[in-house]
Design a protein around this ligand. Structure first.
Ligand SMILES: [Zn+2]
Length: 382
């Protein structure tokens, strides 16, 4: 392990955004473009920390399917009149998932409807920012803990301003050998305002100043490798498609014939019969603004083949198109991610104060870059 490393992970820090906005903190002269993975932040963060593709670390999407009933199957016994939007029910479900099923990481029940809730599961049980967070896949935090390297992490639970102030202090103190700060403010600004908004520019300018302060503190106390990176980029939203009412118009039953799950850029379906699958695929072939991903394409994207717990049929929206309504809530968004990783705006960026292994990196290569010598692997796997 190198002397001292400081990693600043800014959610949605895209390559195109940085280039267009001239984001260039002083001293971080080395830059690489990173190809992200298909999926949302959970998939990307798990890939960053494990060095594995989503199909290998198993945390591709926040929700998977379980037609026999998942941790929330008890919701089935509630009277039909109880809406899943009721505050007490949402609190009870969250409590149940955390206390009974041991979900430690970030999840949100958003607007997953009553008839779907009993048949979903949350594969991410651990806290991805802590050792054991992707078990049985190993993360850089497992390695840090095993090697007894003093380290400190600030994640989505800590206030961003305070996190940066504490990081600056830690960089000046020089006790820890590995410091990692995760910031979600830019992601949230981009969703709300879009990439062209002045508030996004102001957020980036704020980050530039904070990063330069951290770098200055590190320099004055013996120096450190500094790496600033994003997990994915972001596309401004230009149109919406309604997949939900078309699919439910087929009149297929849940969970007898299918279970749908609508993320904001992906509609995923577990199909329980061949005719149901065929009807869905025929229908989706005619829904403009996206397409069904083939089995081979899913595999080449590292998301595993279609079929099984994340869905048998996966419809991916075109860049800039949002699936609405969805199970992610009704709020309007100005920008979104979760598109095909080859989309120009989906690439993220890495900035560093020392040379990087290349100008084009895969997201899975990040683990070995921020933690040289890290060997990705799954416990119990050959
Ligand atoms: Zn986001």
């Amino acid at each position: 392990m190198i002397d001292r490393t400081i990693v600043i992970l800014i959610d949605a820090l895209g390559f195109a955004l940085c280039r267009n906005r001239g984001f260039a903190p002083a001293g971080l002269d080395h830059r690489a473009r990173i190809r992200t993975v298909l999926g949302f932040s959970q998939a990307a963060l798990a890939t960053i920390f494990t060095g594995l593709a989503p199909a290998e670390h198993g945390l591709w999407m926040m929700y998977s399917f379980r037609e026999e009933g998942g941790p929330l199957r008890w919701v089935r016994i509630l009277p039909r009149s109880v809406s899943a939007r009721r505050r007490w029910l949402r609190r009870l479900m969250a409590w149940n998932l955390r206390r009974v099923h041991g979900v430690r990481g970030y999840f949100s029940l958003y607007d997953v409807p009553r008839e779907v809730l009993p048949y979903v599961d949350i594969p991410a049980r651990g806290d991805i920012f802590a050792p054991g967070g992707a078990a049985p896949a190993r993360t850089i935090f497992d390695r840090l803990a095993e090697e007894g390297i003093p380290y400190r992490v600030w994640d989505y639970r800590s206030d961003e301003e305070r996190s940066f102030a504490e990081l600056e202090e830690a960089a000046a103190g020089g006790r820890e050998r590995f410091l990692l700060l995760y910031a979600a403010g830019l992601d949230s600004d981009l969703h709300r305002f879009g990439s062209g908004d002045g508030r996004v520019a102001a957020r980036l300018e704020g980050y530039r100043l904070l990063i330069e302060r951290v770098a200055g503190a590190a320099r004055r106390s013996g120096g450190a490798r500094i790496l600033v990176l994003g997990d994915h980029g972001m596309c401004d939203v230009r149109s919406r498609i309604d997949v939900m009412s078309r699919a439910s118009g087929l009149g297929l039953s849940i969970p007898g014939e299918y279970i749908p799950f609508y993320d904001s850029t992906m509609a995923r379906f577990r199909t329980l019969s061949a005719p149901a699958r065929r009807r869905l695929e025929d229908l989706l072939a005619d829904v403009p603004g996206g397409r069904v991903l083939g089995d081979d394409e899913m595999r080449s994207l590292g998301a595993g083949g279609a079929g099984g717990r994340f869905g048998d049929v996966v419809y991916l929206a075109d860049p800039g198109v949002v699936i609405s309504p969805s199970h992610m809530g009704e709020g309007r968004v100005a920008a979104m991610h979760g598109y095909h990783p080859d989309t120009e705006e989906m690439h993220s960026v890495m900035l560093a104060n020392e040379p990087l292994p290349g100008r084009e990196l895969e997201l899975a290569a990040v683990a070995g870059t921020i933690y040289p010598g890290f060997v990705p692997g799954v416990e119990g796997a050959p």
